[in-house]
Ligand binder design. Structure first.
Ligand SMILES: Cc1cc2nc3c(=O)[nH]c(=O)nc-3n(C[C@H](O)[C@H](O)[C@H](O)COP(=O)(O)O)c2cc1C
Length: 218
């Protein structure tokens, strides 16, 4: 049983990374071999629309044909029983690096080829997957900002192409070590600090439980 964790944040020890590390500890507790990959360490681009993966009798076998830094990661993702992708929310969507990764991850599993009964001909590579998002907005603003739909779309694509997907959000994250150095008036640092101390440990526990459960349910 192996579980792969993908960090789509440029920061290797902040909110998204901490949530992923907690999920990883949960997966380890459940007996999985784990690995965490930081996308910002890699040199790659998104899908180039070469359509090698959509050819009749495509030889890509679930892994994008482009040979660059991302390819070994995509091979690992293809083999993984559990795949957890973490991303900060950037302008209401996953970060660009996360989206580029997901284009390359999903398209070789996606298909335009369905039989007369509407069943896809390309078999699904079954995995337990999850998306972990961290963001500035408070939890009670999620619906107003339409994040369950906007962010849920990524989880939906994962579910449709890997058979299972979940989504976990950590809201109102603590963004800087020292707010006094930054021009920020829309957030009250003391309130953010208080919220972080009260809620982030709960979010980390949810991430731990998620990682553990995904492995146990596989
Ligand atoms: C370029 C940029 C865009 C952002 N856009 C949003 C946004 O649209 N909505 C939101 O809630 N937070 C937004 N944020 C805040 C981050 O999502 C949030 O601080 C996140 O927890 C950062 O993750 P990290 O600590 O792993 O880097 C943005 C941050 C950056 C740097």
């Amino acid at each position: 049983m192996n579980a792969l964790f993908i960090n789509g944040s440029p920061r290797k020890n902040k909110n998204t990374a901490q949530m992923l590390e907690s999920a990883m500890r949960g997966a380890q507790e459940a007996g999985a071999e784990t690995e965490l990959i930081n996308l910002y360490d890699l040199d790659y681009k998104g899908c180039k629309s070469c359509f090698a993966c959509q050819l009749k009798n495509a030889k890509t076998d679930g892994v994008c044909a482009i040979k660059d830094d991302l390819r070994p990661v995509l091979e690992k993702a293809h083999e993984a029983d559990v795949l957890v992708i973490g991303s900060p929310v950037y302008f209401s969507y996953p970060s660009g690096m996360t989206r580029s990764f997901m284009e390359r991850l999903i398209f070789p599993h996606f298909t335009y080829d369905y039989d007369e009964q509407g069943n896809r001909r390309r078999p699904i590579t079954e995995k337990r997957t999850a998306m972990i998002f961290t963001m500035n907005i408070p939890e009670d603003a999620l619906e107003d900002w339409k994040y369950p739909v906007l962010l849920g779309e990524s989880a939906k694509q994962m579910r449709e192409n890997f058979g299972h997907s979940e989504m976990l959000c950590a809201c109102y994250t603590y963004q800087f070590n020292d707010y006094s150095r930054y021009a920020v008036t829309v957030f009250d640092e003391a309130d953010k600090h208080r919220y972080h101390d009260e809620h982030f440990p709960i979010d980390l526990q949810k991430a731990y439980d998620l990682g553990k459960r995904l492995v146990e349910e596989k």
